[in-house]
Design a protein around this ligand. Sequence first.
Ligand code: UGA
Length: 471
Amino acid sequence: MRIAVVGSGYVGLVAGACLADLGHDVQLVDNDGSKVAALQAGQIPIHEEHLPELFRRHHGRQLRFTESLPEAVRNSQAVFVAVGTPPTEQGEADLSYVESVAREISGAIHGYTVIVEKSTVPVYTSDWVRRVMLRNATAADTFDVVSNPEFLREGTAVVDFLYPDRIVIGADNPRSAAVLREIYAPLISGSYYERPDAISGPASAKVPPPLIVTSAKSAELIKHASNAFLAMKISFINAVATICESVGANVEQVCQGIGSDSRIGRRFLNPGIGYGGSCFPKDLMAFRSVARECGYEFRLLDEVMRINEEQRNRFLRKIRNALWTLRGKRLGVLGLAFKGGTDDIRESPAMALVQCLLQEGCQIAAYDPAAAERARGVLNSSVEFVNSPYEAATGADALLILTEWEEFATLDLKRLQKVLKYSIVIDGRNLYDCETMAALGFTYYSVGRPSTVPDSPAENGTAAAGKLTKA
Ligand code: UGA
């Protein structure tokens, strides 16, 4: 099918490349000329596994790039809208880009076209898009608006798109639903997974994925409610981690216990320094605004956000606890991205912590496998960007782990100990086993687990090597 995707941000770019891999003819539109030129030249602006492979397969053939929305739309049976919906000062989603794209589409469609909402948008957006199209003299029987929320995560975006837990189609009539069914047919029928060149997915993937057909409004709510629920799960476990720290319990054991209840599940129950990224913080605020407009105060969401904020402050207190004063201390920082596997630093809790530590007068040597370039543009020049975790640790008063990159979980701990000024690791992602760190003589703080403080004075005043204590 001929498809236009408007917006070459994270969702648009990944969706466009994956739709091309499903066999469609995709034109990706962006109004940023330099971005389009870079994409036409084969440059990929984001760090995302499998995207280079999809570019090699389809670039310039089934995946093309243009600045001209009318041209792309004129030739397409479906137009995916994947433009940004940034928050306004009040926290609502700013839908002005969606509206102007709808206006532009209205002047360009030829024949029946389905407008597909791919951006995360509040409930009623599909109604508004429809109204904008009608106001701009588009005949009612030449288009439909469908909500098709996307659940991909940065870092695993391609695999998430091709191996989704479910495909949600929010369509208010069978005609538009049929177009979406056709677009996703290779996934829904399972034929994609039989192809020898299919991008390989996780062993646990449910293939083919279930298709959920709903009204457009329900689909819009499914997206906001899913992100809000996931953020709530993270804040919930972070709150439980705080209790674990006060009583000397281990949150990993608690997670295992509660997560093995199939009604709860183990995923997204990892405590840390709070959630970040371009989605959860923005979507929670937007969902709260939507609820308020509908006359409901969704106070649970306020609490989810409060716990998230507090989690970062608690981690800062942990660093103070470990080092006493901060001015002039040299800290090695591992991880600046908002999570592992991505170069995205938007709303990154790691970046926020580094900024606080700089304000406190710390010297920072930071390492991130992918996000250093982006971070350099934001952090002031006092941060030293280094090329390995060991370089970050060299001469440092303590090493902080802020992002769950896989390579941070397999460090040579003896080597680390040799290069650190003091063997102090403050781990915001629980990547190491407390007992192992204790046995090696590290002072080790993590989240929701007993701390290892070998040099803390024991009750009789002598040092207690490798002792596990309450945080
Ligand atoms: C999130 C959702 O997971 C996707 O389903 C959704 O499509 C996407 O938002 C979106 O709306 O576009 P993403 O922001 O890429 O995806 O990242 P996540 O993997 O969800 O992580 C978000 C934050 O939560 C990160 O800072 C991560 O470190 C943190 N997190 C995640 C935890 O602290 N603990 C966990 O157990 C899981």
